[in-house]
Design a protein around this ligand. Structure first.
Ligand code: BEZ
Ligand code: FE
Length: 307
């Protein structure tokens, strides 16, 4: 039901700083959309409280506005500085954990999407490789199984997989990689399984040539993400599962710059012994086995942060 206020204050002339918040809340109070009103009222309250708490100076206010403007200016079809900023502030992880795991009540297998998911990853047969141009790093053979909360396999889940090259860049950041290198779209079989070949992921720095990089340097924070693989699991009738699996021995596992690591998401990347699964494997190789649980619910897709 629409509960927007119809009566407003007589005057919006401001007498002193203490009045500003109430006057602004009053001006916004007739918004017919209940949710917009709720979100904006809370935002204004917290924003004003923040300025009072830190006694924000005019120079700092200008700096903040400039920071926001530059986030916009640094964003384009191939790079999303806005998502990166939310990630580096822990905001993306907070929103993810609030909205998954029974609305934040229990552990969840979900993790932040990050700025590098692209739609239309190449459909790849089960067991196929997502290495589409020469890529360094030890071979990785991954096998994943998707079940419902009762442990029953889910057939026909579309799973996007994407990762950075061990050189530290996603293909869209790197002219030396083929289009869609280390990206693929799989479909679970009757046992709920997918399998693919890739390279063992390596940790990498998030882009630091924009305003987020400046903030990290000012806070003496390193820019590294621990090595990981991204997954987006989609099937109508199930809540879309967006997640990442982290390499267990990564030096930055405990200090992810974007706060994406939860215990649940640390994978077991076991070094293979004996005969490798493919004849062209030279040197060490790894296996990853991981089980995902998808909850019944609405299947939605996020807006791709880049094209
Ligand atoms: C990523 O894992 O792709 C990522 C996530 C957050 C910020 C930058 C990169
Ligand atoms: Fe990533």
């Amino acid at each position: 039901m629409d509960t927007a206020k119809t009566e407003t204050r007589q005057s919006h002339i401001i007498e002193n700083q203490e009045e500003v918040t109430d006057v602004v809340l009053d001006a916004m109070s007739r918004a017919p959309n209940d949710r917009l009103r709720e979100v904006m009222e809370s935002l204004v309250r917290h924003l004003h409280a923040f300025a009072r708490e830190v006694r924000l100076t005019e120079e700092e206010f200008e700096q903040g506005v400039d920071f926001l403007n530059r986030i916009g200016q640094a964003t384009n079809d191939a790079h999303n500085e806005g998502v990166l900023a939310s990630d580096a502030l822990g905001f993306s992880t907070l929103v993810c954990l609030l909205n998954n795991g029974q609305n934040g009540a229990t552990e969840t297998a979900a993790a932040l999407l990050g700025p590098f998911w692209r739609m239309h990853s190449p459909a790849t047969e089960n067991g196929g490789s997502i290495i589409r141009s020469q890529t360094p790093g030890p071979a990785l053979f991954a096998g994943c199984r998707i079940t419902d909360p009762e442990g029953q396999p889910i057939e026909g889940v579309e799973i996007d997989v994407w990762q950075a090259s061990p050189a530290g860049l996603y293909e869209n950041q790197d002219p030396d990689q083929a289009n869609m290198n280390l990206r693929g779209k799989f479909r679970t079989d009757a046992e709920g399984r997918i399998a693919f070949r890739s390279v063992k992921p390596a940790g990498y720095p998030v882009p630091t040539d924009g305003p987020v990089g400046e903030l990290l340097r000012a806070q003496l924070r390193h820019p590294y993400r621990p090595a990981h693989l991204h997954f987006l699991c989609f099937k109508p009738g199930y809540r879309t599962l967006i997640t990442q699996i982290f390499v267990d021995d990564d030096e930055h596992l405990e200090s992810d710059v974007v706060f994406g690591v939860t215990r649940h998401l640390i994978g077991d990347f076991a070094q293979g012994t004996g005969e490798p699964p493919a004849a062209d494997v030279n040197g060490p190789w790894y296996r990853l086995a991981y089980e995902f649980v998808m909850e019944p619910g609405e299947a939605t897709l996020p807006t791709p942060p880049i094209r």
